[in-house]
Design a protein around this ligand. Structure first.
Ligand SMILES: [Zn+2]
Ligand SMILES: [Zn+2]
Length: 275
């Protein structure tokens, strides 16, 4: 697995590459805009050029993570419309920057079946509005409250509701902390194999384009999303040792999303790789 982290973009998106280098990362995840507000400045053509120059210089693969405000499944029409527009805007930014995948949380809705259809509709609209290659990657969630996407069946239902041509521009991002919180036990050998067998059967491993590598502060099946430093939470090191040595994921980028200490967490993960 390629190992990286979610890097900051203070000073412009192009500055994230130098941070990834300082952290000893193989790859990086970024926001392409302010993740905590609806208002987003357009990307300046000069900054796009600098970003592409840095991508060529460092040869580090990049993924984008969408704003946390987006809820494509929102029951409220205005919020849903705003979310769908923001998703399309973020996909457009990825296309312009040459980022192959935009990771986003499916959102929440009291009625899961209705919510999943709304997510699919928002994705289809964004993909049709933004021609190109960049993919929308649905992230597996912890299932907190009425959050969607915590069961593999829900992720599959979203993708299946999108017609073929647009569906080819969708994929999945698997978050280890969220899996564990959702009740998928990666801490035992048997649980690890069962989880990925099920993911393969329901979603297809070829659709997995990225991992989020986080330990969990909270116990198995708690459905609460609290990231912990690798090996220091309820999951421990074993799940991560299995993942970084799993040949099925050798070419896939994995991003640490702890609040701090990226370099240290990447070093811990690298120390688990068998030579
Ligand atoms: Zn995540
Ligand atoms: Zn999380």
């Amino acid at each position: 697995m390629l190992l990286g982290a979610h890097e900051g973009i203070a000073g412009g998106v192009s500055t994230a590459f130098a941070r990834a280098e300082a952290d000893g990362a193989d790859c990086l995840q970024i926001f392409t805009r302010n993740a905590r507000g609806w208002a987003a400045k357009p990307l300046e053509p000069d900054e796009v050029k600098r970003f592409q120059g840095e991508a060529r210089r460092t040869r580090k693969p990049v993924a984008a993570h969408s704003s946390y405000l987006i809820n494509s499944a929102a029951a409220d029409r205005d919020l849903r419309k705003k979310s769908w527009d923001a998703l399309a805007d973020e996909l457009d930014r990825c296309e312009r920057l040459g980022i192959p995948g935009l990771i986003f949380h499916p959102g929440s809705h009291e009625n899961a079946a209705q919510g999943l259809e709304l997510v699919a509709e928002g994705m289809q609209r964004a993909i049709e509005k933004v021609p190109g290659k960049a993919k929308l990657l649905v992230e597996t969630t912890a299932g907190q409250g009425s959050s969607l996407g915590w069961r593999f069946e829900e992720i599959a239902a979203i993708r299946q509701a999108i017609p073929g041509a647009a569906r080819r521009r969708t994929g999945v991002c698997v978050d280890t902390c969220h899996l564990f919180a959702a009740g998928y036990d990666l801490t035992t050998e048997e649980g690890y194999h069962r989880t990925f067998q099920e993911l393969d059967r329901v979603v297809g491993l070829s659709n997995v384009r990225a991992f989020h590598l986080n330990d969990s502060k909270k116990p198995l099946g708690c459905r609460v999303d609290r990231h912990e430093h690798i090996g220091q939470g309820a999951m421990g090191l074993d799940p991560f040792r299995r993942l970084v040595n799993d040949p099925r994921f050798a070419e896939i980028p994995g991003f640490v999303e702890t609040e701090s200490r990226f370099k240290e967490n990447i070093e811990v993960l690298r120390g688990l790789v068998r030579r």
